[in-house]
Write a protein that binds this ligand. Structure first.
Ligand SMILES: [Zn+2]
Length: 479
């Protein structure tokens, strides 16, 4: 933990999420969706938590992050990192939607690691798939195990067809884009597989935090941010060497934590293979988040495939083959689920509602509404522009169409003003140094058009069209 008066610690005090407010809004959201059984489970979990030995941490997320941070720092000290340097980095979580995982250096030498809650949440989806695949291979007598492995290799992939995984990720991505919600559907996979999955998710959390702490330990720096005095830009970037160095140190630290603290679990005895699976799950999670949810990434990481290659080489030959097979499916699902536009694999709510292995807290209508949103978001820009013109005419809202023309002419600033977006918000949207998520863009436009008199029941559709057109135009400009 960084000293209380460090710049990093003081900055985090401004960012720290209010967990009581968050709990309340989750309750409200579940009530809106009439997810009674889900709400019941949630209340039971909170009740059990408040009676547990961890209750003094205040909430489950902080407990996990603080415990993992201590483990990672201890492991890095074992690996020779300077304890004085380790003492100046603070790790916390954020609900801000423009962060995936990052480390910001400050001019007093302190560092602040922030990881979005949603990263930990999404990681469990990938870990669930990896856990099932691993459990299936590991279950049963040895000849059967070998046979399964051979079949998997023959098919060129390990585990089941990743279509279900792709669907789960797609559902999550569309909910994030449209509502800014980390909504998930659960997969029933049995107690054994779930245990393996939880272990992989925990190792993934260690890797994410380890990667960011590693940037601080390795002294990676960046330019001043210009928003707060003494604050620098986050260090993660598409520049490969520092990222791969941070990955390697993080991986070694996760292996070390397993040796020290996870005696009796597969992680302690599998010679780094479990740590590697945790790292790969972490990488694809960041990959999906940055591809699907960000219009402009600001701080970014190299593609998951590039990062994975380096670490896979750290384990023995036989394990490499096995891990590569599994990773191929994880990456395919990550890529398919985060592609929006014509030809994308749209979420099929009807199909998903019928799958016996999926448990859903929401109604079939809600699942179908996500399919409808997804289809809409994948329409070609011409279609969307036409739709905007049609709504403008129908509602007598000419400013919608004039804005569309300004954007088509490359003048996004004028377009945003016409759509009612205030100057301050427009400046954030247009600033190429700032990260921008699809959802925050959508909300900015929705606020604007509501102010301009677009009726509430139309505003989300209008905002979705405009946000998608803006996304395409900003991404084209980046190329
Ligand atoms: Zn990084």
């Amino acid at each position: 933990m960084a000293p209380d008066d460090s710049q990093a610690k003081r900055r985090y005090e401004l960012l720290e999420p209010d967990r009581h407010v968050q709990t309340e809004s989750l309750r409200q959201r579940m009530a809106e969706l009439s997810a009674d059984s889900e709400l019941g489970r949630f209340e039971t979990m909170l009740e059990e938590w408040s009676q547990s030995e961890w209750a003094h941490y205040g909430n489950p997320v902080s407990a996990m992050v603080e415990t993992v941070t201590d483990q990672i720092k201890g492991a890095m000290a074992d690996l020779g990192a300077d304890p004085a340097r380790l003492a100046t980095v603070h790790v916390g979580t954020t609900l801000a939607d423009d962060v995936s995982a990052q480390m910001q250096p400050f001019s007093d030498g302190s560092g602040l690691v922030t990881v979005a809650d949603s990263i930990f949440s999404l990681m469990t989806v990938f870990a669930g798939y990896a856990g099932s695949a691993l459990h299936r291979v590991g279950d049963g007598p040895a000849p059967k195990k070998l046979w399964r492995l051979l079949v998997a290799m023959r098919r060129g992939a390990l585990g089941e067809d990743p279509a279900v995984l792709t669907g789960l990720l797609r559902y999550y991505n569309v909910n994030q884009r449209v509502y800014g919600l980390a909504a998930k559907l659960d997969r029933r996979s049995g107690a054994g597989a779930e245990q393996v999955a939880s272990l992989i998710a925990l190792l993934g959390a260690q890797f994410v935090i380890g990667h960011e702490v590693a940037h601080h330990v390795l002294g990676h720096d960046s330019g001043p941010s210009g928003f707060f005095p003494g604050e620098h830009l986050p260090v993660c970037s598409a520049e490969q060497q520092p990222e791969l160095d941070a990955d390697l140190l993080a991986y070694r630290a996760v292996v070390r934590v397993s040796e020290r603290e996870m005696a009796g679990t597969p992680a302690a005895s599998a010679g780094g293979v479990f740590a590697l699976l945790g790292a790969l799950v972490a990488m694809v999670t960041i990959h999906v988040t940055e591809r699907a949810l960000f219009v402009r990434r600001g701080c970014t990481h190299p593609p998951a495939g590039v990062r994975a290659d380096l670490l896979v080489e750290r384990v023995d030959q036989r394990s490499q083959q096995f891990v590569r097979l599994l990773f191929r499916n994880l990456l395919a699902a990550a890529e398919d689920s985060s592609e929006f536009g014509p030809g994308a694999r749209v979420f099929d709510g009807d199909d998903f509602g019928k799958l016996a292995e999926i448990s859903t807290p929401v109604s079939p209508e809600y699942l179908r509404s996500i399919t409808a949103f997804d289809l809409f978001l994948c329409r070609p820009p011409d279609f969307l522009a036409g739709e905007l013109g049609r709504i403008a005419e129908e509602d007598g809202a000419g400013f919608l169409a004039t804005g569309g023309e300004a954007m088509a002419a490359g003048d996004l600033a004028t377009a945003l003003r016409l759509w009612g977006v205030d100057d301050g918000t427009a400046a954030l949207v247009l600033d190429p140094r700032r990260a921008l998520t699809f959802h925050s863009l959508l909300e900015a436009v929705r606020d604007g058009v509501l102010r301009q008199g677009v009726p509430k029941d139309r505003a989300r559709t209008v905002a979705m069209i405009i946000a998608r057109l803006t996304e395409v135009s900003l991404k084209d400009a980046d190329r």
